[in-house]
Write a protein that binds this ligand. Structure first.
Ligand code: 4AD
Ligand code: MG
Length: 506
């Protein structure tokens, strides 16, 4: 614990009443550090509630817990007390004493109090009561001040930091792939165009089409859907790299699991096969869960209780068997199930929902697994995370390695590739990855097959010409993972400012 009274010369507060020597002590420290009991210190935060004209529940974001600041009515006049409205910014100096009330170990006997920023109770949209998540989404600029969202975003930080920690420990280099690109890595064509051309009257070529030669980059360019292809170039020199950045997809899916802008982590490793790839992915998930269990227990307990309340409103058969924290511990303690696509299809064909015609989408060899199928495998059949390998080549990207007899995931039903998807309870696909096709001739044939323009990807193909080696990698969707660890149900609630079809407010 650093002494809170030592000024940090690097911190210059813009607010005149917060002098460097008066840096407030984080409320988390006040509540946790017994050495601070019976000392005088200053805290600053936002009022959650003001009770009995005496008790301010103050929250500064350092923890989900509030500090109870007890006001002496003789020292603080009624006009001042009227300003302790929800979300007013307040600075309190006082003595930390053992609390007489239940619910907290310590509280502050306030000696001096100052309102740094008033909050008009009539106009402030978020009252100290339970609001719907939809309502809070419309007030996304203020929702961080609620328990739910502050917990979610503290956990998002823990996950993000844990990602860097894990890869650093494993010898990976953090690699920054470009966001502006002229290539379509996934071949899905669902990309946002980036252009400086006049939208109303763009220059046209002889054929009457927009002439992108006159555009900023002299060619059609877009926001990236993946940093993988560039990460592969780096992995074939640095050995191990990972990207961690924003990713954009213009797919028109208005679901609880899709965003138009999301964050993806893409490790890429030379001399690694599909088994190593699965080990790396499982290791990452477990590292992150362990870190959140270690560092975010307060927030998890709050979210666990929140989830329980929400589950109680559902019909019995839809309720999950485990609470949030139990679920995290369970995933941490048990190996993920590793099956082939063939196995997955066979299990689905034998399943009750299939036999009873309850699946919305058909099941047969060759289909892309739908979320309902993924969730059946994970939630009903195996009851734990599942890694599926050996998907049909037809439904996967061009860069995945073609399986031969003997390869894990090879099938006699049709051509498969060394793909692997990690499926999680409540969500479905959380990670998609593969061993990459390192054989130039096989890769070129597959690109031709899938109409991927080889001329545009000459630089990618060069790696297969000069010192090609087996390598593998995957992409983890940050928000999908945060959904899992927070128990939230909608991806819009785990990214600060969600971008979805027809929505880019804030
Ligand atoms: O399976 P995807 O499309 O894989 C790739 O992009 C590969 N280039 C990854 C690689 O091998 N390096 O996406 C990877 C993950 C998905 O499993 C999912 O978690 C997340 O990214 N994801 C999305 N998350 C939120 N909104 C969307 N629209 C997403 N699309 C994919
Ligand atoms: Mg995928």
């Amino acid at each position: 614990m650093e002494p809170s009274t030592v000024p940090n010369p690097a911190i210059r507060s813009p607010h005149p009443s917060l002098q460097p020597s008066m840096q407030p002590t984080p409320i988390k420290s006040v509540l946790d550090d017994t050495a601070l009991t019976n000392t005088t210190l200053t805290v600053a935060g936002w009022v959650r509630t003001f009770r009995n004209d005496r008790f301010i529940a103050l929250n500064d974001g350092s923890t989900i817990r509030n500090l109870q600041c007890v006001i002496d009515q003789e020292q603080v006049d009624a006009a001042m007390r009227a300003r302790f409205t929800t979300s007013a910014a307040v600075k309190c100096t006082g003595v930390i004493v053992e609390s007489k009330g239940s619910g907290q170990r310590v509280e502050m006997q306030v000696i001096a109090v100052e309102v740094l920023g008033d909050s008009d109770a009539e106009k402030y949209p978020i009252q100290p009561k339970k609001h719907s998540l939809e309502f809070l989404r419309e007030n996304a600029h203020l929702r961080f001040r609620t328990n739910t969202y502050s917990a979610v975003f503290r956990i998002r930080h823990q996950v993000s930091f844990g990602i860097h920690e894990y890869f650093d420990q494993q010898g990976y280099n953090y690699f920054h792939a470009p966001i502006l690109t002229a290539s379509d890595a996934e071949g899905a064509g669902e990309m946002f165009r980036v252009s400086v051309l006049d939208a109303k009257s763009p220059p046209l070529n002889d054929a009457g089409d927009v002439d992108f030669r006159e555009d900023f980059f002299g060619r059609e360019s877009r926001l990236t859907v993946s940093g993988q292809l560039q990460a592969e170039l780096a992995a074939l020199a640095l050995g191990k790299v990972y990207t961690f950045g924003p990713t954009f997809r213009a797919e028109n899916s208005n679901t609880a699991r899709h965003l138009a802008e999301f964050w993806m982590i893409e490790p890429e490793c030379a001399f690694m096969d599909l088994h190593g790839d699965m080990d790396l992915a499982e290791g990452l998930c477990k590292h992150l869960i362990a870190r959140v269990l270690k560092n975010s227990m307060d927030d998890l307990q709050f979210l666990d209780a929140r989830l329980k309340e929400e589950e109680a409103t559902k019909p019995k058969e839809q309720r999950s068997e485990m609470g949030l924290i139990d679920r995290l511990k369970f995933v941490l303690d048990n190996p993920f199930e590793r099956i082939t696509y063939d196995d997955a299809i066979n299990i689905l064909l034998r399943s009750k929902p299939f036999q009873k015609g309850q699946f919305q989408f058909p099941v047969e060899w060759g289909i892309d697994l739908q979320s309902e199928h993924e969730r059946y495998l994970v939630e009903k059949h195996f009851k734990k995370p599942v890694i599926v390998t050996g998907y049909p080549a037809k439904i996967k990207a061009f860069y995945m390695r073609t399986n031969a007899p003997g390869d894990f995931g090879y099938s006699d039903k049709g051509k498969t590739v060394a793909a692997m998807d990690v499926l999680f309870p409540g969500i479905g696909e959380i990670i998609g990855g593969s061993q990459r096709e390192e054989r130039l001739d096989v890769l070129e044939a597959r690109m031709k097959d899938m109409n991927v323009p080889a001329e545009e990807l000459w630089w990618y193909l060069d790696t297969r010409k000069f010192g090609t080696v087996p390598h593998a990698g995957f992409g983890l969707g940050l928000e999908r993972f945060v959904l899992f660890v927070t128990g939230m149900g909608n991806i819009r609630d785990v990214i600060p400012f969600p971008r979805t079809p027809k929505s880019a407010e804030f």
